[in-house]
Design a protein around this ligand. Structure first.
Ligand code: MG
Length: 164
């Protein structure tokens, strides 16, 4: 009998000046970018955690510790690809992934297709297995202002299926 395994991921990073804004591997036009040890790609990080969670492989910090200089300014899409390889190594394939990005600024919907294309290529799946939703929360401290800084946050849920 086929089994489905689900995993949940969450991540957030503050927006700061002097950084590029990269989400799902796509460069977004904005005057600020996400601060992080890596490139701060909060969507890639949440998706990586969801994949690892569904495969019972722990979390992103275990596999790619931010204390390791090897991951400084890392391309988060490369880490995502490695997490997908780990899941494939467990004979699991992506059923679907659904993500919600929380950002009051900038508007992300013009980048939806590019992000889906980028993530599908990284994961080596059809684009129809991926969905992205964009929310503004207007005052709630999630994707709005938290601790005085604007942040972008992401929730992702993933379903993995047996590959055979
Ligand atoms: Mg992160």
């Amino acid at each position: 009998m086929a089994s489905i395994r689900v995993g949940l991921g969450f991540d957030s990073h503050p927006l700061v000046e002097g950084r590029a804004l990269i989400l799902g591997g796509v460069r977004i036009e904005h005057d600020r970018g996400l601060l992080g040890h890596s490139d701060g790609d909060t969507l890639a990080h949440a998706l990586t955690d969801a994949l690892l969670g569904a495969a019972a492989l722990g979390d992103i910090g275990q596999h790619f510790p931010d204390t390791d200089p090897a991951f400084r300014d890392a391309d988060s899409m490369e880490l995502l690809g490695r997490a997908a390889d780990l899941a494939r190594g467990r004979q699991l394939r992506l059923g679907n992934a659904d993500a919600t990005l929380y950002a009051d600024m900038p508007r992300l919907d013009p980048y939806r297709d590019a992000m889906i294309e980028s993530l599908a290529a990284c994961l080596r799946v059809e684009q129809g297995r991926l969905n992205l939703k964009f929310k503004t929360l207007e005052g709630l401290p999630l994707g709005g202002r938290a601790g005085g800084a604007d942040v972008i946050a992401a929730h992702v849920i993933v379903a993995l299926e047996d590959a055979v």
